[in-house]
Design a protein around this ligand. Structure first.
Ligand SMILES: [Zn+2]
Length: 310
């Protein structure tokens, strides 16, 4: 059962998926918000499920998918089951807020974002960080595991990239809970800005290619309505990434910083959230091109990294 919850992002809503039955399971749970949480609990109860009986699974630990995990845990004793790789997003997200935002700020400066813009983006990160409170992970979840969702068992399909521990769940009747790894019309990405995240976008594209094996299944995505996975859906996303990559390569006929690429790639894109997401997109591409040997990086005397076609 789909429970659609509001989120304060352009996507507007996020999906939580409830499996009633012998072992009630909830997949994802919306942003940290007392009103949305009450809506979620009401929907669970309306479906005849006692919230205290739930186990919470995640497609990944982003705030819009895991933000109410601590409320379920603290209020109803609901255990959180997800890959350990998601711990920085769900278990230590608030604890490590300062070092994480320092690392993002350092990365922005290294990629040429002006100091004043870095400071503004940093100040605005508090709004997003408040959308989740830390929640302990009760149990890890490995690829191929078979947790019970309601009255059936499902297969865990690890799909790293969007986040390191991004996970899909495949039911035995070929329904795939695809999280943000695969949406129908919105091309997902990896948030890759700090050096520690190097390779995430590269990995995400490989994961997308790997989803060809599921063509024909019905997808229950993290946002919007269910859809059937076709080659055309995958081609659409892969082509969008390839087009952006080619455009970036064209821009790198002479050395440019990530921020210089960002300004040309997204002219008019403004606001601090847009700067963060746009830079994460650009840096992901630059790192992937570097990994593929198609661009090389030159660190300037000003400490700013510039990239040029190899
Ligand atoms: Zn996400």
């Amino acid at each position: 059962m789909r429970i659609e919850l509001p989120v304060p992002f352009p996507l507007k809503t996020v999906n939580a998926w409830l499996f009633a039955g012998a072992e009630p399971a909830l997949v994802d749970c919306g942003v940290n918000d007392p009103v949305h949480f009450q809506d979620l609990v009401d929907a669970v109860r309306t479906a005849g499920v006692d919230p205290a009986e739930l186990t919470l699974y995640l497609t990944h630990g982003h705030v819009d998918h895991a933000g109410n995990a601590h409320r379920l845990h603290d209020g109803f004793g609901v255990p959180l089951v997800c890959p350990r790789e998601e711990a920085p997003f769900v278990e230590t997200f608030r604890r490590d807020e300062a070092p994480r935002n320092d690392a993002y700020a350092d990365a922005m400066r290294a990629h040429g974002v002006p100091a004043a813009d870095v400071e503004r983006a940093r100040a605005s990160s508090d709004d997003v960080d408040a959308l989740l409170e830390d929640c302990p992970i009760e149990r890890d979840l490995g690829d191929g595991a078979r947790p019970a969702f309601g009255d059936e068992e499902v297969t865990v399909v690890r799909t790293p990239g969007h986040t390191p521990g991004s996970t899909c769940y495949l039911t035995d009747d070929n329904v795939l809970l695809s999280g943000d790894t695969l949406l129908e019309r919105i091309t997902s990405n990896a948030v890759e800005l700090a050096d520690a995240d190097r390779g995430a976008f590269h990995q995400y594209v490989e994961t997308l290619e790997g989803l060809r094996r599921f063509v024909g299944v019905e997808c229950l995505p993290g946002h919007r309505a269910p859809f059937v996975l076709t080659d055309a859906v995958l081609d659409h996303h892969l082509d969008a990434h390839a087009a952006r990559r080619d455009r970036i390569l064209t821009l790198l006929d002479h050395p440019r910083s990530g921020h210089a690429v960002f300004r040309r790639l997204f002219p008019g894109l403004d606001g601090d959230g847009a700067l963060f997401m746009g830079m994460a997109e650009v840096v992901g591409h630059l790192h992937a091109l570097e990994l593929d040997g198609r661009v090389r990086m030159e660190a300037g005397p000003d400490g700013v990294r510039r990239y040029v076609r190899a």
